[in-house]
Write a protein that binds this ligand. Sequence first.
Ligand code: ATP
Ligand code: ZN
Length: 223
Amino acid sequence: MNENRDRLRIAVQKSGRLSDQSLDLLRRAGLVFRSSRDRLFLYGENMPVDVLLVRDDDIPGLLVEGSCELGIVGRNVLDEQRLAGADAPAPAELQALGFGSCRLAIAVPDNGLIKNVTDLAGLRIATSYPALLAEWLRKQSIDAEVVLLNGSVEIAPRLGKAHAICDLVSSGATLAANQLHELVTVMRSEAVLASSPRAQNAATAAQIERLCARIGGAQSGDG
Ligand code: ATP
Ligand code: ZN
């Protein structure tokens, strides 16, 4: 742990799809906390553990730099940053948490012009997950162009920015509303507990282990 701290920090999404269930899980794990005035921190009242409320995209970086020992984040975010960071130290996925399930999928317009994965060769695919998509294309030996878009990916085909998209899907309703349908799944994702790649001293390591065991116990009690 950071030498200036004797409390663990766990990073959680501040407001979004994973927020409520992440905090519920921590409460079920036995953590009682009180919010800071600026609502960026939750102070653990019964354990030396504080919760940092942040954008999900910031969680891998906070773990790498050691500002937090643990984080709850989508596997899609964790793996994208690991691949984009090449050989840099990356957070490890300790356990899958069973909520926030979705898939990263390639979707194509309903006009029927793209029927098979091989039809993607030579086309442009818009995504917010360029590293995950590029890795998948490489493994499939498909030579397509990856176009980075950080929002509204699903309208890219209609705007003529791309022929296809690679985006997170849960129900598929957003795709249907944009006259798109799934062609193939690139990866399955859900919320995961991730840990900092930094070396921890024995006391901190033991603290982390205790908290992970509590979280694991709370999760298997989901029913
Ligand atoms: P932030 O403001 O924290 O950056 P965000 O808009 O990037 O939020 P959300 O849309 O809240 O993130 O999604 C958080 C995570 O929820 C995703 O990274 C993914 O793991 C998961 N998720 C589950 N279902 C979906 C879905 N249908 N669309 C997008 N993300 C989903
Ligand atoms: Zn985000």
